[in-house]
Design a protein. Structure first.
Length: 214
């Protein structure tokens, strides 16, 4: 998919939905929302068909639903580090909006012609503070996944299990298919056992790729 967009100046790939199929031999699927800047200021948003992906790639991004999992900036660099939607190309970019001060706190606000992004990123319920974006750019960008600040209950603000994602994607296949929860629990249990075993033996595990559709 990324190879098909080499001529696009900038884009963001959001993991829109996930699903598993099959009882004994599982198949794994992703659906993406792609935001593309066709030319200066001309934004196009598409939701893809379902793409079959490898189990490794599915597990790698199992916590990233609703987040950007790949993006290309105006500088031509491609990032494959998970981030909240819009954080790489649109939020913080003065071509699309600006920071506004409300009661001593700075928030991101899109210009009128790009207001649809506020709806798409659910920013009315979850406004983006300057401190969140600064934390991401300074400490996470290009290095590790950023799920936003911890919530009042200690959970993640963004990602598969977050309230943000449950509010925006409540009708998704990931939440409506009970077998997805069972698969997630098996992965968590296996990872926990593997971690205990690795800590005893000193061995390490590295996952393999195979994503963005076959």
């Amino acid at each position: 998919m990324i190879k098909e967009m080499t001529d696009i100046p900038s884009y963001s790939i959001i993991l829109f939905d996930m699903n598993t199929e099959g009882s004994y031999f599982k198949e794994f699927y992703h659906q993406y929302r792609i935001i593309k800047e066709i030319d200066s200021g001309n934004i196009q948003v598409d939701t893809t068909r379902w793409h079959q992906v490898s189990e490794d790639f599915f597990v790698m991004h199992m916590d990233h639903m609703g987040m950007e999992i790949a993006s290309k900036g105006p500088d031509g660099k491609v990032s494959k580090t998970a981030a909240p939607p819009g954080y790489n190309n649109y939020i913080g970019n003065q071509q699309y909006g600006h920071w506004v001060n409300r009661n001593g706190t700075s928030f991101w606000e899109f210009y009128g012609q790009y207001a649809f992004m506020s709806t798409m990123f659910n920013m009315f319920a979850y406004p983006v503070r300057r401190s969140y974006w600064d934390d991401y750019r300074g400490n996470y960008y290009g290095r590790r996944a950023y799920y936003g600040p911890s919530t009042t209950t200690g959970g993640r603000m963004y990602g598969t299990g977050s309230q943000y994602n449950r509010n925006t994607r409540s009708g998704s296949r990931w939440y409506s298919n009970a077998s997805n929860s069972s698969f997630k629990n098996r992965v968590r249990s296996s990872a926990s056992r593997s971690s205990r075993s690795s800590s005893r033996s000193g061995s390490s595990y590295r996952s393999r790729g195979g994503g963005f559709g076959k």
